[in-house]
Design a protein around this ligand. Sequence first.
Ligand code: ATP
Length: 281
Amino acid sequence: MNVIEVQGLRKSYADTKAVDGIDLTISEGEIFALLGPNGAGKTTTVEILEGFRKADSGSISVLGFDPSSRGVQSRVWRNRIGIVLQSTSDAGDLSVQETLSHFAKYYSTPRDVDEVINSVGLDDKRGALIRTLSGGQRRRLDVGLGIIGSPELLFLDEPTTGFDPEARRAFWALIQSLREGGTTILLTTHYLDEAEALADRVAVIARGKILEVSTPTQLGGRASAKARVQWKSNGVIQEELSDNPTDVVRRLAAQYSGEIPELQVLRPSLEDIYLCMIGEK
Ligand code: ATP
C-alpha cells in the first residue's frame, strides 16, 4: 500500500516556484529522505503533505486522505500522523514530562510517556523546564512529541540539527526501531550520512523539481562508479581509477611484496554524488 501518493504538485510564492511539478510515491514501512539545498522546496512539500500549506495544484493522498480537507475526518487522520517541524514554539514553563503527558492526551493510542522520554534520551531531564533545555535536548523533546501518538506516518524535518554525534546515533537507533514497528517515515535532512544510515530511498530536489529518486547506494550511478585506489610511492600519493580495484591491489601487492604504503580504496560517497547532482562539484 502507498502511504503517500503525490502527482504534479505545484506551489508558488509570488514569483518563486517553490515546488514545480513533483511526483512522489512512498510505500508502507518505508523510510524516505528528501535531500536538497536550502530553498529547494523540501519544507514546502512536506508542509503541504502535513496539511499546513495548500498546494496550487496537483493530486495528494496521505494515508488515503487529502491533507487540505477539514472536518471530523481530518481530525481522525491527524491522529494517525506524527510531525517534527523544523522549528517549534514552546510552552517553556512546563517540564519535559508534563509536556509529553499533555500532548499524549490528544491521541487515541498514545505511547507510554516514560518510554518515550527514555527512547529520546531525556531521562535525566524528565522534571526540567523546557526553557532550561539545551538546543539539542529541545530537539530530542520535539522528536518525542512527534512519536508520542504512535503515528503510522512520521514526518521529520531536519530532526537531528544541533544533536551531538552520540545523540544522532541514538536517534538513528530510535528511527530504526520505529521502522521495525512498521512506521512509515518521511525525513528531510542535510546530513548525507543520516540519509545513508536510515533511508530506504532518497529523492534529490533542486529548484522545486525532483532530480532523481533512488536508493542511497545507487543514486547517480554510485553503485557502478569507478573506485579510486590510492597509495604512497616515494613520498607522493599515487592514484588509479578502476572498475576492478582488487586487480590493482593485487598488482601493487606483488610490486611491493608486502604492505602497500598507505593503501586506500575509495568509492564516491553519497555526499560526492549529491554535490555532483546539484552542481556543486
Ligand atoms: P531549507 O533546506 O533551507 O529548509 P527547503 O528546501 O525546505 O529549504 P522551502 O522552505 O520549501 O525550502 O523553500 C522553497 C522556496 O520557497 C524558497 O525560495 C523560499 O524562499 C520560498 N518560500 C518558502 N516559504 C515561503 C513563504 N511563506 N513565503 C514566500 N516564500 C517562501
